[in-house]
Design a protein around this ligand. Structure first.
Ligand SMILES: N[C@@H](CCC(=O)N[C@@H](CS)C(=O)NCC(=O)O)C(=O)O
Length: 359
């Protein structure tokens, strides 16, 4: 759709929606379909990705990608986050995109993530539950994806059975509960399995009462989901080669990219917390849990590489946030020992060196 064809419409309720897109992106198309299903009017602006507009660069400074939906001047990026925002912000209009049933919501999010991650052409502690619910967590050391689920369950005050998996010899229960990825974590709630850590966190938040992990405000929810995806897609993927990269170059590049991501997260913390203690404001939210699950890993990285990831001199807000989050009772109960991570990495490095020597 060329720029000149932009249809400028005001919504019935006075909302103004602008969509920055480009042909032939299916990520943009899915937003257009969602907006259409909701019966919403919007102004479409075609972006030239070889010469991105100032509006795109300032609206999505982290990824600099389309689609971006701008609702009354507030930008929302990442197509799946935009879809959920549209569903939540305009729930009075037209069809619901997500079922009201919490399990069906989790299943839909799982398959939406699967389409993007796999099918996209571009690219034992036993506790009794008070309410009779049975929660089982399939986990394994040293997975931070599992730790984040343990943190979420802890902050919600939920009891669960932890079932330790041997990833070299996966159980039938894991294989049948998560036949698509065959990975931990899997949360099994009254016999129904939920996979993918972020899908699990949102399920826990929606299915159980207790402290809310996501704001009620659709825009703040979208922003939190954006940063959670950033931590998974940019921060973890940069940091991993820093400690377990095969070559010096890989490790150095990992270090450089990790610090770039940490600087971005410092700004995210400033904007999201608005001077309050956590990304979630006064209380811990989804972003706090996702980044917080990595705190012991960051301390282990310091021991292993000498590089201080959350350095008070460079990123003072994140450094103070780390101390604050680490001091919470739930965190202290859940986060594993730094020494265990250090030992794990040293063993992995020895195996890597031995494998390289015989090749
Ligand atoms: N995107 C997944 C990632 C989970 C993941 O990578 N789990 C690893 C442990 S850290 C695993 O189970 N690996 C086993 C395998 O790949 O076979 C999530 O967020 O849950």
């Amino acid at each position: 759709m060329p720029k000149t064809n932009a249809i400028e419409c005001r919504m019935a309720g006075g909302d103004e929606l602008n969509l920055l897109g480009t042909w032939p992106s299916s990520f943009v198309t899915r937003v257009q379909i969602a907006v259409g299903l909701k019966g919403l009017s919007f102004e479409y602006a075609e972006e030239d990705l070889n010469n991105k507009s100032e509006l795109l660069l300032s609206s999505n400074p982290v990824h600099k990608k389309v689609p971006v939906l701008i609702h009354d001047g507030k930008p929302i990026s990442e197509s799946q986050i935009i879809l959920q925002y549209i569903d939540e912000a305009f729930n009075f209009n037209g069809a619901f995109l997500l079922s009201a049933d919490l399990y069906e919501r989790a299943v839909a999010r799982f398959w939406a993530a699967y389409i993007d991650d796999k099918a996209c052409i571009w690219k034992s502690i036993t506790h009794d539950m008070a309410g009779g619910d049975e929660l089982k967590l399939l986990g394994a050391f040293p997975s931070a994806y599992v730790t984040r689920v343990e943190l979420a369950l802890g902050f919600k005050g939920l009891s669960y059975e932890y079932v330790k998996e041997d990833l070299a010899n996966k159980s039938e229960l894991l294989l049948s509960s998560n036949p698509v990825h065959k990975k931990v974590p899997v949360l099994i709630h009254n016999g129904k399995p939920i996979s993918e850590s972020q899908v699990i966190l949102e399920y826990i938040d929606e299915a159980f009462t207790g402290a809310s992990l996501l704001s009620r405000d659709p825009y703040e929810r979208a922003v939190a989901r954006f940063w959670v995806a950033y931590i998974d897609d940019k921060f973890i993927t940069s940091w991993y080669p820093m400690i377990l990269g095969k070559t010096r170059e890989e490790k150095e590049e990992g270090l450089k990219q990790t610090f770039a991501a940490v600087n971005t997260l410092e700004r995210a913390l400033k904007d999201s917390s608005k001077g309050k203690p956590f990304f979630g404001g006064d209380t811990v939210g989804l972003v706090d849990i996702t980044l917080g699950s990595l705190i012991a890993w960051m301390k282990a990285t310091e021991v292993l590489t000498g590089a201080k990831i959350f350095d008070p001199a460079k990123t003072p807000l994140l450094a103070a946030w780390t101390e604050r989050f680490a001091e919470l009772d739930t965190t202290k109960k859940v986060l594993p020992d730094v020494a265990g991570y250090v030992e794990y990495v040293n063993k992995r490095r020895q195996t890597q060196a031995a494998t390289a020597a015989v090749m």
